[in-house]
Design a protein around this ligand. Structure first.
Ligand code: CP
Length: 303
């Protein structure tokens, strides 16, 4: 890491990812530690969020720090025309760390370049969501006992789903085989396929949600169709119900299979899956608290 900002998951080396996973485990064992006393963290959410914002804010509270910020940009001076640059320069005068979600790809990188304090990307458009990726990696590690040599199946909106893009890049350190299940309109972008090819990573693409693929998977990573990224809502209507995972589809899946989803879900996982022990998405979201405690402390150089 050149500075302590976390903009892309590629800001962490493989060793740094592995060290961070250990740190996350220590926070899971002891989530209440007053290591942020006297620190102020700003959460600037230009896009809606439940899990990411609340888990970051809970993390700061549990570690004894203070939170400032906004969850609705329409209450900030951005509606008066203040630029992102000026907003970040102002807030970095007040806070020790900025956590920002923004609809523009690249906004977090730009913010990190103009900020005098570290910036954590809480999601920038369809690009990256690195703190989600760290909690996904932690969830995979906890449920599989390893990150190595896993069959990872990603389902749904692989075009706009930033959590898919970040997770793919992070898993590239660990020799995965990827199975990409998406309709033509929401296929994984070419840049990520090229990345797999140049990294020697095996991948397969499907347009049907086949049980044969579920049955060979260690991780089934479901995603929501990202309505907010479509410029033409008629296009969204065509694909919004494309796949739904139902409990009976898991009947012949591997015993170690776990179903992950970054959430929120709309209709891509039926409620009858929730009681299946292979459903892990709510615990996955809970792991987000410990993950964000570790990420905040890393960004602020606190051991
Ligand atoms: N996973 C995730 O980013 O959820 P929120 O949009 O609720 O923060």
């Amino acid at each position: 890491m050149k500075n302590k900002s976390l903009v892309s998951i590629t800001d962490y080396s493989k060793d740094e990812i592995l060290q961070l996973l250990k740190k996350i485990e220590t926070f899971e064992n002891n989530p209440n530690q007053r290591v942020l006393e006297g620190k102020v963290v700003a959460t600037l959410f230009f896009e809606p969020s439940t899990r990411t914002r609340l888990s970051f804010e809970t993390a700061v509270n549990r570690l004894g720090g203070r939170v400032i910020g906004f969850s609705d940009a329409s209450t900030s001076s951005s509606v008066k025309g203040e630029t992102l640059k000026d907003t970040i320069m102002m807030v970095s005068n007040y806070a020790d760390l900025i956590v920002m979600r923004h609809h523009f790809e690249g906004a977090a990188r730009f913010a990190s370049e103009v900020s005098s304090v570290p910036v954590i990307n809480a999601g920038d458009g369809s690009n990256q969501h690195p703190s989600q990726t760290m909690l996904d990696l932690y969830s995979i590690y906890k449920t599989q006992g390893t990150l190595n040599n896993l069959q990872i199946t990603m389902v749904g909106d692989l075009k706009y789903g930033r959590t898919v893009h970040s997770l793919l890049m992070a898993m590239s350190h660990f020799n995965p085989v990827f199975h990409f299940i998406a309709p033509k309109e929401l296929e994984i972008p070419h840049a990520y396929k090229t990345f797999c090819e140049s990294s020697g990573i095996e991948y397969h693409e499907y347009s049907e949600f086949l049980e044969d693929v579920i049955n060979l998977s260690d991780i089934l990573y479901m995603t929501r169709v990202q309505k907010e990224r479509f410029t033409d809502l008629m296009e969204y209507e065509k694909v919004k119900n494309v796949y739904t995972l139902r409990n009976k589809m898991l009947e012949n899946s591997k015993p170690n299979l776990r179903v992950l989803h970054p959430l929120p879900r709309v209709n891509e996982i039926s409620y009858d899956v929730d009681d299946n022990p292979k459903a892990y998405y709510f615990q996955q979201a809970k792991n987000g608290l410990y993950t964000r405690e570790a990420i905040i402390c890393t960004a602020l150089d606190i051991d």
